[in-house]
Design a protein around this ligand. Structure first.
Ligand SMILES: [Zn+2]
Ligand SMILES: [Zn+2]
Length: 312
């Protein structure tokens, strides 16, 4: 079968042995896999010994349409037992597509408990977005939105736009601070306005010091700044403003379970109820044989790409 790997020569589509079935897992025939900023970051580490892809969806051997939770929590540490498996103490090097074989392949074997059944109206071609949008539905829970808040979003890459989509049903208004015009237009299609004035909660989705400065400025006194971006490095906090406003700072990492379900199920429902989310976020599609070009487009800031999808 075909799989997308990163070798010393760059992105390649290689032949790997077919995955073998076992009792605890299901073989998924992958239908869509999207490229994430984390994938592009991983490439900096050179050749990788596993198949890429942690955002993917497909179909089981019995015809179930599913999205996949790529996390592989241990199930036994205090965080896993405390219903916070996204904070598992040992899971990060087992995440599919980050430390183990991922979904940019014809087939993948995944544990049965990782499968998320899709609402019937959600297309498999779009269901790779369940994972990145799940990051945003979890973020709304971490921000403890009760409804009616003014929510600001700084940064309008795919996570910023996913934050807009997840905040929109809860917030009285979503204000977006985007760097590029095409991103602002995409945000407006999802119901955001141009950021103006103060916000109760500001979602930081760029991971840069200038974005954090902007988020701190936009937040009202006593408000909350939520980090939804992936911070690979230390970022300086604008200390005086944050102190004088007594701001709260909170982090959000991947997605997890809650009283009434899971963030990924919520994400699948949100995508199904709002087809404009996938229409707006997915800007490019490529067959798996064109994976190298797909990665080139995803990493080219001038391409206007938001989410680039690979279809095996
Ligand atoms: Zn991702
Ligand atoms: Zn654990």
């Amino acid at each position: 079968m075909r799989a997308v790997r990163h070798s010393a020569e760059g992105i390649e589509v290689v032949q790997v042995p077919d995955v073998a079935p076992n009792l605890e897992s299901e073989i998924i025939s992958v239908r869509s896999a999207s490229i994430c900023g984390s994938d592009l970051h991983l490439l900096q580490f050179g050749a990788l010994p596993f198949t890429l892809g942690h955002e993917f969806a497909g179909i089981t051997s019995t015809g179930r349409a599913v999205a996949i939770d790529p996390n592989v929590p241990c199930g036994t540490c205090d965080q896993c037992r405390g219903s916070a498996s996204n904070r598992c103490r040992t899971a990060t090097n087992r995440i599919l597509g980050i430390g183990a074989d991922g979904g940019m392949a014809d087939l993948i074997s995944v544990r049965k408990s990782a499968l998320i059944d899709l609402p019937t109206s959600l297309r498999l071609e779009d269901a790779c977005l369940v994972e990145p949008l799940g990051v945003a539905t979890h973020g709304m829970r971490q921000a403890q939105l009760v409804g009616g808040e003014r929510v600001g979003v700084v940064g309008a890459g795919s996570i910023g736009l996913a934050a807009v989509a997840a905040a929109r049903p809860l917030a009285s208004e979503v204000g977006l601070a985007a760097r590029h015009e095409h991103q602002q237009a995409a945000g407006e299609r999802l119901g955001a306005k141009v950021a103006q004035g103060e916000y109760d909660v500001v979602i930081e989705c760029a991971g840069t010091s200038s974005a954090l400065e902007r988020a701190t400025e936009m937040c009202r006194p006593g408000g909350l700044v939520l980090f939804l971006s992936t911070l690979w490095d230390s970022v300086p906090i604008p200390g005086f403003t944050a102190m004088a406003k007594e701001l709260g700072f909170r982090w959000s990492f991947t997605y997890g379970e809650h009283e009434h379900g899971t963030d990924l199920k919520d994400s699948a429902q949100l995508l199904s109820d709002n087809p404009e989310i996938a229409e707006t976020l997915i800007t490019h599609r490529f067959g798996i044989d064109e994976a190298r070009e797909a990665f080139r487009v995803a990493s080219d800031r001038k391409s206007g790409s938001i989410k680039v999808v690979i279809e095996p």
